[in-house]
Design a protein around this ligand. Sequence first.
Ligand code: GLC
Length: 444
Amino acid sequence: MKFWKLALINLLLITLAMFIAACSGTGSTEQDNPENAESTSDKEEGTSESSKDEPVTIVYARGVDTTPATDAVIKAFEEKYPSIKVEQREMPADTGQSHDQYVTALSSQSTEIDVFNADVIWPAEFAQANYVLELDRFIEKDGINMEDYFPGTVAAANFNGKQWAMPQFTDAGVFYYRTDIVEEPPKTWDELIKMARELKGEAGTEHGYLMQAAQYEGLITNAIEFIASYGGEVVDENNNVVVDSPETIKALEKMKEIVTSDFVPENILNFMETETENAWIEGNAVFARNWPYMMSSSNDEERSEIVDNVEMARLPAGDEGTAAALGGWMTMINRYTEHPEESWEFLKFISGPEGQKISAVEGSRAPTLKALYDDPEVQDVSSLFANPEFREVLESAVPRPVSPIYPEVSDIMQIEISKVLTGDQTSGEAAKNMQSKIEAAMAE
Ligand code: GLC
């Protein structure tokens, strides 16, 4: 009796599920085989059939945005596409913590998030794990020319010959200086050390220099800038680990000299971007290293004490010149989204000319679309954006190793470099340890 009852209930449930899938036209097969999603693409405005009257709500996850940019982009998108509503989900400011939350959600095939921002270091890993939709068919359908973007940003989102993300904005480490205190920024790390020491205290400042030295992903970007400016590399073009070099050792020494100096905050080892930004806009420092977005915060009348007193420049040089780490954010679509078309419409907007222009003007984010640098409103954001040399900085920015096991590589580097900064090991030991541990991780 019991068996027949269960069998009947099962049969009814299966029939009901098939009926619902048939009615909505977006059954589970579509997510399992995203190629099928194309069937909805020709329908009106990219919205799914079941939602002709009611707007579809998609969830867009992103890191912390202290600028008005995200709200402004979403407002413009919703005005243009009234049939799609975008709900924001804020992830942690620390990219490593965000990464772990995405991995938890995406690996359990959660549909909670539809579209999200991915750090430039994630695409290889997320593509390999099959967390996200390949975007090639959407790109082709809408005739998007990938050559309009900086090639490095496109390459960072390409894995196994497929495009897994669209570049939304690019980051390159930049140097900030107070124009009410100095006319010319320092050109070398040694000049920085001298000027920061001398000028600290001017115009009510407490510190000469701010940077990111906490044990997290941002430490790696700061370290890569030092290493590259002294001519070193972590992994070479043939994917060989080459971090154990005199150049790395010299670079880590210089980094340590700055971090342990008396012109940085005492708690610099807790500094991430947020701490840097807060101290900077309060007018507490003469110089700082951060990403381009801090220009917008610097000129934010409501938050900043130093409006109109800030400029961006290239970072100081080591023996081999100046180097900026390549950062930046991409947009990706959850493979299991129930709204692939709507997610694409939003992704296309936010990474397209309209979205990127809003983010540049409202959030001083550096566009990945080359042509936007000729736009007078984008050029107005800072003299750096207007300077054709900045495009070269972006094109030559130094990437972190591109690998599906990048998080492991980063963890190794974070631990080893932190130990140098806290005085627990020498730069030479760190270089040696990074070499052998990264080699072992990559060999697995
Ligand atoms: C910025 C960069 C990102 C980097 C992070 C480190 O958000 O865009 O690529 O990983 O900073 O903190």
